[in-house]
Design a protein around this ligand. Structure first.
Ligand code: IPM
Ligand code: MN
Length: 336
């Protein structure tokens, strides 16, 4: 029927509500996509968290998935399912654009940078043990293979989107070996991209400079090990209005999963109060990735118009609108 099939992982808490907004807006915009919903409830197999085969088959078959929030237990329980997905499909680069939304006021205007986070290892390797009572060890695993892969991706990305600079964010003064390896590999790979400038900056300094004035980062793609990317991307989200507005894409060679970075917000789940913007903008990244650029830009314009009008904003953005009222406003702006 000329439609692309896309796996849909609605997720926990507010997941189904925000996924509904995406579905409604996509059908109003006649996007040629058929959703294939899958259940990713984890099961334990040989002590490892695994996701159901049907979910794996679906993502493998469709190459692309859109994913809502999945609840992660704190300090105990199974490995985060979010991580299981990234690792199962070897989604090695996590792309997190940080772009101001015209019309949505924050203390910063015109922010437009991109973070690329290594997405499979580092402190997220899940290798932890008790050495003796009261002493634990968590391994930060850095490999040349995964580092090279994400670094090369970052340089290629910078070249493709026309950002002239790649900056590695690190802490190689302290993590001499792990961040040192990452940084040295970046210096080598930089030589393969003579059109892209390269430099490096210490993570703490990046945080200080970004909250002071993020604009000098607009010409840069920032690339970094996993945990640094997790933390710095939240800081960046704060610059432009919060996690309710920031998209992300987990990119692999075989398939990619686009996901909202925010949590499942159990406190407001089922009440029709959730803001679907992050999931929507992630889906826009997905459409661009799929080459559906026309659909991507018309929906994106409608989202930005709705946010700028400010009449149908959800509670987190200072409005009173229900999730579906915001989605309806976007749908009417599609036609406008
Ligand atoms: C993110 C999230 C995840 C992470 C959690 C939910 C496991 O914070 O995507 O940034 O830490 O990577
Ligand atoms: Mn995070």
């Amino acid at each position: 029927d000329g439609k692309y099939t896309v796996t849909l992982i609605e997720g926990d808490g507010i997941g189904p509500e925000i996924a509904q907004s995406v579905k409604d807006i996509y059908s109003a915009a006649n996007v040629p996509i058929k959703w294939e919903p899958v259940d990713v409830t984890p099961t334990l197999k040989d002590g490892k968290t695994v996701i159901p085969d049907e979910a794996i088959d679906s993502v493998t078959r469709n190459y692309v998935a859109l994913k809502g929030p999945l609840a992660t237990p704190v300090g105990k329980g199974h490995v985060s399912l979010n991580l299981t997905l990234r690792r199962t499909f070897n989604l090695f680069a996590n792309v997190r654009p940080c772009k101001s939304i015209a019309g949505y006021k924050t203390p910063y205007d015109n922010v437009n940078t991109v973070l690329i986070r290594e997405n499979t290892e580092g402190e997220y390797s899940g290798i932890e043990h008790v050495v003796v009572d009261g002493v634990v060890q968590s391994i930060k695993l850095i490999t040349r293979e995964a580092s090279e892969r994400v670094l090369r991706f970052a340089f290629q990305y910078a070249q493709d989107v026309g950002k002239p600079k790649v900056r590695v964010v690190h802490k190689a003064t302290i993590m001499k070996m792990s961040d040192g390896l990452f940084l040295n590999l970046a210096r080598d790979i930089a030589k393969e991209y003579p059109n892209v400038e390269f430099d490096a900056e210490m993570l703490d300094n990046t945080c200080l400079k970004m909250v002071t004035d993020p604009i000098p980062y607009n010409d840069k793609v920032l690339v970094m090990p996993n945990l640094y990317g997790d933390i710095l991307s939240d800081l960046c989200a704060g610059l432009i209005g919060g996690l309710g507005l920031t998209p992300s894409g987990n990119i692999g060679d075989e398939c990619s999963i686009f996901e909202a970075v925010h949590g499942s917000a159990p406190d407001i789940a089922g009440k029709g109060l959730a803001n679907p913007t992050a999931l929507l903008l992630s889906s826009i990244m997905m459409l661009q990735h799929m080459g559906l650029t026309q659909n991507a830009s018309s929906i994106e314009q409608a989202i930005f118009k709705t946010l700028a009008e400010g009449k149908a904003l959800t509670g987190d953005l200072g409005g009173k609108a229900k999730t579906h009222e915001y989605a309806d406003a976007i749908i009417s702006n599609l036609k406008a």
